[in-house]
Design a binder for this molecule. Structure first.
Ligand code: ADP
Ligand code: ADP
Length: 223
């Protein structure tokens, strides 16, 4: 579903991506796991079109996306520090992408209701982002990214800024959401426990290379 073939990216003399080859199957939840500076974000941003590789090819659903801008790649993106519209309610934040696409009102309402339920924010739709906890805010971000039915959901350390208990809770939500929506998902994380907990496939990165790829059980001994 996503293929990455011999993708390279340098920042000056620094090799951020050193010839990456990776297939990301349709419907999988794949984690890019590795230490800080190993190239995870650069790879994710290259898939998103926020970064241009120096060479190599990325395809999404069979289409070579070289030169295709982010908004035409069929992706939803969630960052660590989510920029919500602070003067819009939770409901309006989630509906935003559908409104600018001028979808019919009933369709927007039904879709937003469904998403509010999936991320457990039914009771919070009239609140403003400042009235949510950090975990609730990231759940809103997930709902907003999913609203427009992206082919691919890209998550860059989405839970990184939160404390351990909230992170564990969000992993549970992400897992549940993925089971329900089945959208192809790529999660960047430096947290092995997080990758083991939520991903069905893990690509281990180090110094701009992918060192191994497999299911959590293929890669790690578990007690
Ligand atoms: P993260 O916390 O995800 O590792 P970074 O702090 O490495 O993020 O990078 C944040 C942003 O700054 C990214 O958009 C990245 O491309 C950019 N960036 C990182 N390092 C440099 C650098 N040395 N020079 C310029 N931009 C950088
Ligand atoms: P990770 O996500 O694994 O922490 P990144 O892909 O963010 O790694 O970054 C890999 C390396 O590339 C880091 O050392 C970072 O400082 C550097 N880097 C990232 N973006 C830029 C940029 N725009 N300019 C210069 N260096 C960058």
């Amino acid at each position: 579903m996503i293929t990455v073939t011999d993708v390279r990216k340098n920042y000056g003399d620094f090799v951020a991506l050193d010839g990456i080859n990776l297939d990301i199957p349709s419907g999988s939840l794949t984690a890019l796991l590795g230490p800080s500076g190993s190239g995870k974000s650069t790879l994710l941003r290259s898939i998103a079109g926020l970064e241009s590789p120096d060479s190599g090819i990325i395809t999404i659903s069979g289409e070579d996306v070289t030169g295709v801008p982010p908004q035409k790649r069929g992706i939803g993106f969630v960052f660590q520090h989510y920029a919500a519209f602070k003067h819009m309610t939770v409901r309006d934040n989630i509906a935003f992408g559908l409104r600018i696409r001028r979808r019919p009102k009933n369709e927007i309402n039904d879709r937003v209701d469904e998403l509010l339920r999936i991320v457990g924010l039914d009771g919070f739709q009239r609140r403003y982002p400042s009235q949510l906890s950090g975990g609730q805010r990231q759940r809103m971000a997930l709902a907003r990214a999913l609203a427009v039915d992206p082919k691919v959901l890209l998550l860059d350390e989405p839970f990184g800024a939160l404390d351990a208990k909230v992170r564990a809770d969000l992993r549970e939500w992400l897992r549940r959401l993925h089971d329900e929506v089945h959208v192809t998902t790529v999660l960047v994380t430096h947290d092995q426990e997080e990758a083991l907990d939520v991903a069905d496939r893990i690509a281990v990165m180090n110094r701009g290379n992918i060192e191994q790829v497999g299911s959590p059980d293929d890669l790690y001994e578990r007690p």
